[in-house]
Design a binder for this molecule. Structure first.
Ligand code: HEC
Ligand code: HEC
Length: 203
């Protein structure tokens, strides 16, 4: 008696769970929607015109963080005119689909070369571990992966938090005490991690 009553419920539960997963983001749709982004984000080594720093790697980044970043550009909380223009028209579903696509890329298998002192950066990264993981591959979806990100982009991000150009209460506080040398060392450490982010490749 109980069992026959429960079964339809169980089936309903499974259906609604599957529905929820799909609503969160469709990587195939995201791949198509990413076409307008590929001109900057799918070219290894591509740089922002001025100031010059690499366009960030997005392959393997956490989906929730990507959605937050795109909302930040849309709202103008994160100021970058080109990214504002690119993010402006994305719907909630577009952002979810693109995020599902980008987060589906597997990690790099070898470390990227860096210029700074990664060993010094490792020693300075103890205050970052709780949120970004020991090697910059933290598991918290809202906190970005840093491993394998471009060294000069990481430096720029930390400088922007420090100056207030990029507003985030947590990272503003974390960046405040860092010296220029600390920023260079930390960027080198995270950029040089194996198992890092990758540049999106669209065939
Ligand atoms: C003209 C080049 C260009 C195009 C086109 C472009 N981007 Fe970007 N994107 C950039 C640059 C430069 C940055 C770094 C901006 C900054 O410093 O905040 C960036 C940053 C980002 C970030 C934040 C990454 C992070 O680690 O915080 C995301 C997410 C992103 N772009 C997604 C997209 C998507 C999705 C599209 C297409 C709808 C797109 N971009 C189109 C140049 C571009
Ligand atoms: C309490 C959690 C927390 C700690 C500790 C923390 N971070 Fe972050 N970090 C975040 C969050 C949340 C974001 C995303 C903020 C945003 O949306 O701009 C972030 C973003 C970043 C970014 C930008 C990445 C990108 O793709 O644009 C860098 C770089 C960074 N953190 C470096 C560090 C370093 C270096 C330390 C240690 C000195 C550190 N963080 C400590 C939570 C933390």
């Amino acid at each position: 008696m109980t069992r026959s009553l429960l079964r339809p419920f169980a089936i309903l539960m499974i259906c609604s769970l599957a529905g929820a997963a799909q609503a969160a983001g469709n990587p195939d749709a995201g791949k198509t929607k990413f076409a307008t982004c590929a001109g900057c984000h799918a070219i290894p080594g591509y740089t922002n015109a001025y100031p010059t720093y690499h366009v960030p790697r997005l392959g393997g980044q956490h989906a929730d963080y990507i959605v937050t970043a795109l909302k930040g550009y849309q709202a103008g909380e994160r100021q970058h005119p080109t990214m504002h223009a690119n993010a402006f028209q994305l719907s909630e579903q577009d952002k979810q689909d693109i995020a599902a696509y980008l987060s589906s890329f597997p990690s790099a298998t070898a470390p990227y070369p860096v210029q700074g002192n990664a060993t010094a950066g490792k020693a300075k990264s103890t205050t970052c571990v709780a949120c970004h993981g020991a090697d910059g591959n933290g598991n918290i979806p809202l906190y970005p992966r840093l491993a394998g990100q471009y060294e000069d982009y990481l430096r720029k991000a930390l400088q922007n938090y420090q100056s207030g150009a990029r507003k985030n209460p947590i990272m503003g506080g974390m960046a405040k005490p860092l010296s220029p040398q600390d920023i260079a060392d930390l960027a080198a450490y995270y950029a040089s991690q194996p198992k890092g982010l990758v540049t999106v490749q669209q065939e």
